[in-house]
Ligand binder design. Structure first.
Ligand SMILES: NC(=O)c1ccc[n+]([C@@H]2O[C@H](COP(=O)([O-])OP(=O)(O)OC[C@H]3O[C@@H](n4cnc5c(N)ncnc54)[C@H](OP(=O)(O)O)[C@@H]3O)[C@@H](O)[C@H]2O)c1
Length: 247
């Protein structure tokens, strides 16, 4: 449960190895002690010393986004030792657009992880927080889901699907004490984008973490990182396809 000052005390990270998630945990640790349950495909390979050295209590559990039948059990187990204040849905695969165009099976795999996994993780997390009676789901969505772009439209389409579901869940949560925050970063320097040419307005995991922690304190439902991307995205959405093809 959040403490008397409203500080987050326990976080479940689905996609426990994510750089953005790690930065978020560090930013939360700036404010006080924390329990972090890191759910990842290879939990034994997760490094935790940087967190425990700062006073965090850390547990690592096995979780594969592409195996939705296991999600309810994994999420339930995270609540075994007490309340969870925040579920951070941080897993995702970018893939190579060129390879995905050449390999329909790889495209389906991407959908299995990002979309099927994303829907399942969101639905189970919200359901479990409703049972608990409070808590916040933070979804790492992306500007890539707001308008198809030549360089990453396969990934973008998967983020669009989950973002749309999340918007609907937000409507369904009106008046309840469970929240869902949609975070839409642009290009973030992380493992996912290693070796890629940064897009305009590129940010760092620490920038996204700061925005996430601020959104947990404020009554916001959608967060753009950096904020200017809200306007950039609005313009992109209005551009005719022919203009986008020339970009
Ligand atoms: N970086 C960006 O530019 C950017 C921009 C906007 C949104 N986002 C979103 O932010 C989130 C975090 O990304 P990041 O930048 O922190 O990248 P990251 O460090 O590469 O984190 C992505 C995580 O997803 C995990 N993952 C992939 N497939 C999985 C599966 N089947 N089951 C469980 N975990 C799986 C990876 O785990 P493994 O270690 O097992 O591979 C990795 O830890 C993602 O949803 C991403 O789409 C990123």
């Amino acid at each position: 449960v959040k403490d008397a000052l409203g500080r987050v005390q326990a976080v479940l990270v689905l996609g426990g190895g994510s750089d953005i998630a790690r930065a978020t945990l560090h930013r939360l640790l700036d404010d006080g002690p924390l329990t972090a349950i890191l759910a990842a495909r290879e939990p034994e390979r997760l490094e935790t010393e940087d967190l425990t050295a700062r006073g965090a209590t850390v547990a690592c559990v096995a979780f594969d986004a592409a195996e939705p039948a296991t999600h309810a059990g994994v999420i339930e187990s995270a609540f075994a030792n007490g309340d969870v204040d925040v579920v951070l849905v941080a897993f995702g695969v970018l893939g190579s657009q060129t390879e995905l165009e050449a390999d329909p099976d790889a495209l389906v795999e991407l959908v299995r992880t990002n979309v099927v996994g994303g829907y399942s993780a969101l639905a189970h997390s919200v359901a479990r927080l409703r049972t608990q009676g409070h808590g916040t789901v933070v979804l790492l969505s992306s500007i890539a889901g707001r308008r198809a772009r030549r360089s990453n439209y396969a990934y973008g389409s998967t983020k669009a699907a989950v973002d749309e579901l999340a918007q609907g869940i937000q409507l369904s949560l009106a008046g309840e004490s469970v929240r869902l925050i949609i975070v839409r970063p642009g290009f973030v320097h992380s493992k996912m984008t290693e070796g890629l040419r940064p897009a305009p307005f590129a940010t760092t995991p620490a920038d996204v973490a700061e925005a996430i922690v601020r959104s947990l304190r404020e009554n916001v439902s959608v967060v753009w990182v950096p904020p200017v991307l809200r306007a950039v995205s609005a313009v992109l959405r209005m551009l005719p396809t022919r203009a986008l093809q020339r970009l």
